[in-house]
Write a protein that binds this ligand. Structure first.
Ligand code: OXD
Length: 311
């Protein structure tokens, strides 16, 4: 029988959730690197997310890794380390959560609850209405499961939604699609830019000063994907120079964000601590169990990552 390692600080909860569905399974939990069993070579299946290449290197018999996160960049920190291993990723309710976060950012920005809160604290009946958002355009960078769910949600509120992906391939939930080679044209149209793309060699540093300069000075940039997709110092400069109006950032080049980072205090930045897509343990365990049954029966697994594209 396959030996399975769950490597996560929530490992016990994952074990409990999996055992609700199947009992005939051999699970070992490591809550962190100090709990790792000596003999990592015996495990054929791994459930993990943030894991060091040195640990993966010791897992010589691995056949299948199930990523407990949606973004699988932690597994590609070292080339070829998982070249013979099948990698699947979690989807669960992450697209829906990220769509709720994105809609929250945009609706709050449009309605202005923080402005009204300030007026309220001054007992100021300032009549500042908001306008139907149907004339605004959102550009979503990334048109996969997450980007598409965001697009559907924003369209429900009446926004026009354009998407940017690698090749310009059609994606049904968007009004328009641009290939990344034409990202500048998309950015020029945007009132809101949402980054929902995987971190790959192609997207690392994609949003630099030149790209930000394409956006309208009134635009809001929101990053819920990976910090390294934006060049943080370029973003700071762009905000200081008024190239864009606002940034809402859930992810950063280095996390947790250092207390020294100027982003904390910037009047046109909202910082949230990587909360836009928190994994739901029960749903992710369900997804794993479904795939485990397929694995046992020799069927094709769901949500397989293309290792060449790294997503
Ligand atoms: C993920 C994340 O990739 O939470 O799941 O960032």
């Amino acid at each position: 029988m396959d030996e399975i390692l769950i490597y996560s600080s929530f490992g016990e909860k994952y074990r409990e959730a999996i055992l609700k569905h199947i009992h005939d399974i051999k699970l070992t939990v490591a809550l962190g690197s100090r709990d790792l069993p000596e003999d990592l070579g015996r495990f054929t299946i791994l459930l993990a997310w943030l894991i060091k290449p040195e640990v993966l290197q010791r897992m010589k018999s691995l056949k299948w890794i199930h990523s407990l996160g949606a973004g699988v960049d932690p597994f590609f920190k070292q080339e070829n380390i998982i070249s013979d291993v099948t990698l699947t990723r979690s989807v669960a309710n992450l697209p829906r959560l990220m769509a709720q976060y994105s809609a929250g950012v945009i609706l709050n920005d449009n309605i202005g609850f923080d402005r009204h809160g300030k007026n309220q604290s001054e007992k100021n009946w300032a009549w500042e209405p908001f306008y139907d958002i149907c004339r605004k355009t959102a550009v979503i960078i990334g048109t996969g499961a997450i980007g598409s769910e965001i697009a559907r949600t924003l369209k429900f509120f009446g926004l026009k939604v354009a998407g940017v992906n690698r090749t310009g391939r059609e994606a049904e939930d968007f009004n328009e699609i641009y290939p990344v080679s034409r990202i500048d044209s998309a950015l020029r149209e945007a009132d809101y830019v949402i980054i929902a793309a995987p971190l790959t060699a192609e997207t690392r540093g994609l949003i630099d000063k030149k790209k930000i300069a394409q956006m309208k000075p009134s635009a809001l940039l929101c990053n819920i994907a990976r910090g390294a997709i934006i060049v943080e110092k370029d973003l700071m400069q762009a905000l200081n120079e008024g190239l864009i109006r606002k940034a809402v950032l859930d992810v950063f080049e280095k996390e947790p964000l250092s207390p020294e980072s100027p982003l904390w205090d910037h009047p046109r930045v909202i910082v949230t601590p990587h909360i836009a897509g928190i994994s739901d343990i029960e749903l992710i365990a369900d997804e794993f169990v479904q795939n485990y049954k397929r694995y046992i029966n020799g069927e094709k697994l769901l949500n397989i990552v293309d290792k060449d594209r790294q997503y």
